[in-house]
Write a protein of this length. Structure first.
Length: 357
């Protein structure tokens, strides 16, 4: 079946329908990872977005459900150059076509994803429509496409009730703004008892359990939309409990302490982004997925200082908070399917909690 990707600037790509055949309007972004497509599809941070994979062949090792980062797929749509027809891997349980259909994810294959990515890099992230309607009217659909915005996605992806991963070590409260499974697993594998809380949990409820540490997770959307969460995080900041934050959590902590964020032209999404530790000068390859960034010029130097920097565009990738046991990073140290260069940051968090004993 034919499918069409219509961008808000009027550009149209013709391809073949994959997954669900329903029509969708979404924000179109691109991811430069060569592997880990199932982890991308099940990352809650992609809620409200349709993902373009820049690597030309997707699905060649099929789907292994143990690798999922959440219980379902979250992107609004999926865009690829070529979808593998015959996956080959001893762990393969299903082809990716079935996974897309089962999760009702509409997609398009057979388009020039290189050309699409160049448009998004030059003009910036924009909205688009994936449709199988061959009789679409451009004049009618373009206003609808331009009107779309990503809203209310943290409430959409967060867990609905508290849950606990038992452990004999430190008690960690994990705020779920759209947390990938491997964040909790990374803490749990280090012996921590991890209690996962819905995004709208109050600081008072969390602090009443006397956690040894607090983890603020990744998540989707504009951080400034999370007004409730920002107010509660300010209370957590004032509590002096050790805090480690990733991605959206990093941005929310910055907003809670008076800094500002802004949207990047096309964001950082992939498993090959170099970040520099400003204290040691060492560069790590990191996994990233974000469209917003903390504006360093708005930082109060008495509150926080830059800890990591993006080597490519010099944007902020992490903060260390002055006089507090708090550090935050924009990238993903729990990266699954990798790289795992920065997984040591979980050990650093453990050491922070140990000092508070």
């Amino acid at each position: 079946m034919k499918a069409f990707l219509i961008l808000e600037d009027g550009t149209v790509f013709n391809g073949t329908s994959i997954g669900s055949t329903r029509e969708v309007i979404s924000e179109i972004v691109f991811n430069t990872s060569m592997t880990g497509y199932l982890e991308v599809l099940t990352d809650p941070s992609y809620a409200g977005q349709a993902v373009t994979m820049t690597y030309p062949l997707i699905g060649n090792y099929g789907v292994c459900y143990k690798d999922m980062e959440s219980l379902k797929a979250w992107p609004d749509g999926y865009i690829v150059r070529e979808l593998s027809r015959m996956p080959s891997n001893f762990r393969c349980e299903d082809p990716i076509q079935k996974f897309l259909a089962d999760n009702d994810i509409p997609g398009i294959s057979g388009i020039d994803t290189r050309a699409l990515t160049k448009i998004l890099r030059e003009k910036g992230t924009m909205n688009g429509m994936i449709t199988t309607n061959e009789n679409y009217n451009l004049d009618e659909v373009l206003p609808k496409i331009k009107a779309y915005s990503v809203k209310g996605v943290v409430d959409k992806v967060t867990c609905k009730e508290k849950k606990v991963l038992p452990g004999k070590g430190y008690k960690v409260a994990l705020m779920d703004f759209g947390a990938k499974n491997n964040i909790a697993k990374s803490l749990n594998s280090r012996g921590c008892e991890v209690t996962i809380y819905p995004a709208r949990t109050t600081a008072e409820e969390i602090l009443s359990t006397n956690p040894d540490g607090i983890m603020l997770s990744n998540g989707p959307g504009d951080p400034k939309e999370c007004e409730f969460e920002i107010a509660e995080i300010k209370k957590l900041y004032d509590s002096n409990v050790p805090i480690f934050a990733i991605c959206l959590g990093h941005q929310l902590m910055a907003l809670a302490t008076g800094a500002d964020t802004h949207k990047l032209k096309y964001g950082h999404r992939g498993a090959n982004h170099p970040v520099k530790d400003l204290q040691t000068g060492k560069v790590y390859i990191s996994s990233q997925n974000h469209g917003y960034v903390v504006d360093e010029t708005t930082l109060n130097p008495a509150v926080a200082k830059p800890a990591f920097e993006n080597v490519n565009d010099k944007t902020n990738e992490g903060l260390e908070y002055i006089g507090k046991n708090i550090f935050t990073v924009q990238f993903h140290p729990e990266a699954c399917a990798g790289p795992q260069d920065t997984a040591y940051l979980f050990d650093r968090f453990i050491e922070m909690m140990k000092k508070e004993d």
